[in-house]
Design a protein. Sequence first.
Length: 124
Amino acid sequence: MKLLLTLTLLAQLLIAAPAFQGKRTFTQPDGTVITYQNRGDEYLHYSESDDGEILLYNAKTQQMEHVKIQDNALQPNGEAYTKNPSQKASARTKQSSNVDKKSLKALHDLRKKQRHAHTRDTKK
């Protein structure tokens, strides 16, 4: 019985673990080296570059990209992150909206609320 309780508690801790907060590096296909930190929790997670850009890895293009909010989730938007100021300006004009920290907080709160509502519904 103690073993079952211990394993259950351990599983709960593993599921709700926060993202690793240390700095990481990633090399884009064009050679750009990005330093970033993972952010988030079980409701929402993303990467943040040293200059504050919100990024996600796109497995199809194998690069870090800016994000968009689609269907109440963060998705890569197809625009590769770059450190080049002129390319950054061009990418921002192409996108109708960039995701900022205020939008991230609102999305996080929404997903948290949805998760808690789903949990309450399944317990009935």
